[in-house]
Design a protein around this ligand. Structure first.
Ligand code: NOJ
Length: 569
C-alpha cells in the first residue's frame, strides 16, 4: 500500500511578518487586508502554507511576541472578520495558515497579568512566577536573555516577577493547571476557526527549575556580550557563544515537564483533523517518539555558518538525519525574523546572487519541509538603521546603552553594534515596487520601520516579475520543479562523492523517480564524472540555474561556479 503523507510534509512554508508584509489600509503597518490582497502573489510564488508571526493585540514591546489577548487580532492588523476573510481566501487557494503561539509569556498588559499583579491573594497570582526578594536583591542571579536581571520588582506588592525575555513579557507559570487550560482554550479558539496549526514560540523556555537555584557560572551576561562583540569583529577569535549561553541559562531552559506538555498540546491539535505543531527549537527530543510531540522541529544548525559549503551541508545532514527518531520528518530553513537575512548572511560580497540561488537549491532539495521568510525571494537584504530613534526592536536601545557602558564605545560605534544586534534589520517592509516606500505604503506615509532604499535597485517584486532572469522567477521555477518532483519531496537521500570539496551531489529517489542533484557551492569551475556513482551515462535536466541543453552526458559534466543542476535519471 502506498504510504500517505501529510500536507505539512510536502508543503513549502512561507513566513509572513505581518507588520511588514502588506499594508492594505495605507497606515504604514502591514495588515490582514494587505495579506489577503497578496494571496495571489503567494500562490504564484508556489508556496503551500504560511506561518504568520504574532497577529494578536500587543503593546509591541517585542514586536508582537508580547500578547495581550490570545483570542483577537491586533487592531492595527484589522479585525477578526479580516482574519476570517484571509483564512478563507487562503484556503480557497490551497494555502494553509499556521499561527504563532507564544506560550512562555504574555504581555504585562494582558488582563491575566494585570489581575495577577493586583494583590498577593488575587486568584491569578499564581498564574505567573512571583517571589520575594532577599535584602533588596532579586530572588536569584538569573538573567533575562535580553539583558539585565530576569526579575522585575513590582511595587504594588513588593514582589518580583520572572521574565526570560523583556520585562514587558512576564513568564506564565505552566505548573498551574489553570494556565494550561486558559492557553489550550486560546488554541481551540483558532483551531475552531479553521487554522491549520501553530508555530510554538520559545518552547525551551516554558519551564524553569522549580527551586530556582542560582547559576554557578563564573561569567556574567555582560562578559558574554563583550566576548561575542569581539568575536563578531575579529573572526580569528574563537568563541562558542551558544555553549556559554546554555551554561548560563541552564536552570531557565529545557526543564523537566516540557515533553509531557508537548504531548498534551499535541493531543489537543490531534482532536482536529490534519493540524500541525512546529517548534521554535532545534532539539530533536521535541519530536518525542516521532509521533507524539511536535511534527516539525527546525534544523537550525544548518544555517549556523557563514557559508553553506558542501562539507557543511553533508555533515549537517548526516548528523541531523541520523538523530531523528523513527517517523520524524525533517524541517529546514535558512532565515527568519530573528536572523540576518539569507541574502546578507551567506553573501560573500562578490557572488551574492549566485550564492542565494545555490542556497535555495540546497533548501528545496534536501529531505524535509522547507521554510522561507518573506522578502528572501526577491533578495531583500539587512538594513542597518541610522539613528537610535528609528529602533523598533527594544533590544537595540538596550545594546546602544550597554555597548557604550561596557565597551567604552562612541555613540557611532554603539549605534552600529545596536543595529546589528537587534532584529529590525531583517524586518523592514516588503519591497513591492520601485515606487516611494517600495510600494509598501503610500508615498506620504511614514512606514513603521524605514523601507530599505535598495527597492530602487531592482530589489522589488514588480520589476522582478517582469524579468525572467530575476531571483523571484528563479524561486518560482525551483518551487514548481520541486512540486512536480515527488522524489525531491518524499524521496530517500543518498550522498555521492561525499568528500568533494566544492559540489554537493546527492540522489533523491521515490517510486519511479530518481533525481540527481548537483549544486556547486564554490566559486571553482568543476568537471565531474558521475557515471559510475549514479549508474547512468546521461540525465534529463529538470532544473538548471544556467542555460543548458535538455539532456547532459554525465561522464564529463562541466559545472560552473554556484551552478545548480537537477536531473531525472
Ligand atoms: C522567539 C521569537 O522568534 C522572538 O522574536 C521573540 O523575541 C522571542 N521568541 C520571545 O518571544
Amino acid at each position: 500500500m502506498m504510504k500517505e503523507y501529510k500536507w505539512w510534509q510536502s508543503a513549502v512554508f512561507y513566513q509572513i511578518y505581518p507588520r511588514s508584509f502588506a499594508d492594505g489600509n495605507g497606515d504604514g503597518i502591514g495588515d490582514f487586508v494587505g495579506m489577503t490582497q497578496k494571496l495571489d502573489y503567494l500562490q504564484s510564488l508556489g508556496v503551500d502554507a504560511v506561518w504568520i508571526s504574532p497577529h494578536y493585540p500587543s503593546p509591541q514591546c517585542d514586536c508582537g511576541y508580547d500578547v495581550s489577548d490570545y483570542c483577537d487580532v491586533a487592531p492595527e492588523y484589522g479585525t477578526l472578520d479580516d482574519f476570517r476573510t484571509f483564512l478563507e481566501e487562503a484556503h480557497q487557494r490551497g494555502i494553509k495558515v499556521v499561527l504563532d503561539l507564544v506560550l512562555n509569556h504574555t504581555s504585562d498588559q494582558h488582563a491575566w497579568f494585570l489581575e495577577s499583579r493586583s494583590s498577593l491573594d488575587n486568584p491569578k497570582r499564581d498564574w505567573y512566577i512571583w517571589r520575594k526578594g532577599q535584602d533588596g536583591q532579586p530572588p536569584n542571579n538569573w538573567y533575562s536573555t535580553f539583558g539585565g536581571s530576569a526579575w522585575e520588582l513590582d511595587p504594588q506588592t513588593n514582589e518580583y516577577y520572572y521574565h526570560m525575555f523583556f520585562k514587558g513579557q512576564p513568564d506564565l507559570n505552566w505548573r498551574n493547571p489553570e494556565v494550561k487550560q486558559a492557553m489550550v482554550n486560546g488554541m481551540r479558539f483558532w483551531l475552531d476557526l479553521g487554522v491549520d496549526g501553530f508555530r510554538l514560540d520559545a518552547v525551551g523556555t516554558i519551564f524553569e527549575a522549580e527551586d530556582l537555584p542560582n547559576s554557578q557560572c563564573d561569567y556574567t551576561l555582560d562578559d558574554l556580550y563583550i566576548r561575542q562583540t569581539k568575536a563578531i569583529e575579529d573572526p580569528g577569535e574563537k568563541f562558542d557563544g551558544g555553549k556559554l549561553w546554555l551554561e548560563l541559562f541552564k536552570y531557565q531552559v529545557e526543564q523537566p515537564g516540557i515533553h509531557e506538555l508537548m504531548c498534551e498540546l499535541r493531543q489537543v491539535v490531534d482532536e482536529y483533523p490534519d493540524r500541525v505543531l512546529i517548534g521554535e527549537t532545534e532539539g530533536v527530543d521535541y519530536y518525542g517518539n516521532g509521533d507524539n510531540e511536535l511534527q516539525l522541529v527546525f534544523n537550525f544548525p544548518l544555517m549556523a555558518t557563514h557559508q553553506l559549503t558542501a562539507d557543511w551541508v553533508r555533515s549537517n545532514q548526516k548528523e541531523r538525519l541520523s538523530s531523528l527518531p523513527r517517523g520524524a520528518w525533517p524541517c529546514n530553513t535558512l532565515g527568519n525574523h530573528d536572523k540576518t537575512r539569507v541574502f546578507t548572511h551567506f553573501g560573500d560580497g562578490r557572488h551574492n546572487h549566485s550564492i542565494a540561488r545555490a542556497n535555495l537549491a540546497v533548501l528545496l532539495t534536501l529531505p524535509g519541509t522547507p521554510f522561507l521568510y518573506n522578502g528572501e525571494e526577491i533578495g531583500m537584504t539587512d538594513f542597518m538603521l541610522e539613528s537610535p530613534g528609528q529602533f523598533r526592536d527594544s533590544y537595540s536601545p538596550f545594546i546602544y546603552q550597554k555597548d557604550q557602558e561596557l565597551m567604552g564605545s562612541s555613540p557611532e560605534i554603539a549605534l552600529k553594534r545596536a543595529a546589528n544586534a537587534g532584529r529590525d534589520r531583517c524586518r523592514t517592509p516588503m519591497q513591492w515596487e520601485n515606487a516611494a516606500n517600495g510600494g509598501f505604503s503610500p508615498a506620504e506615509v511614514q512606514t513603521w520601520l524605514p523601507v530599505n532604499p535598495n527597492y530602487q535597485e531592482g530589489i522589488n517584486v514588480a520589476e522582478q516579475e517582469l524579468d525572467s532572469d530575476s531571483l523571484l522567477n528563479y524561486y518560482r521555477h525551483l518551487l514548481s520543479t520541486r512540486r512536480m518532483s515527488p522524489a525531491l519531496v518524499f524521496g530517500g537521500y543518498r550522498t555521492l562523492f561525499s568528500k568533494d570539496p566544492d559540489c554537493l551531489i546527492f540522489l533523491r529517489y521515490y517510486q519511479e523517480q530518481t533525481c540527481l542533484v548537483v549544486i556547486n557551492l564554490s566559486s571553482q569551475r568543476r568537471t565531474l564524472d558521475l557515471v559510475a556513482a549514479c549508474g547512468h551515462s546521461e540525465g534529463k535536466v529538470i532544473f538548471g540555474s544556467h542555460t543548458r541543453p535538455d539532456r547532459l552526458a554525465l561522464d564529463d559534466l562541466f559545472v560552473s561556479p554556484y551552478e545548480v543542476l537537477i536531473f531525472n535519471l
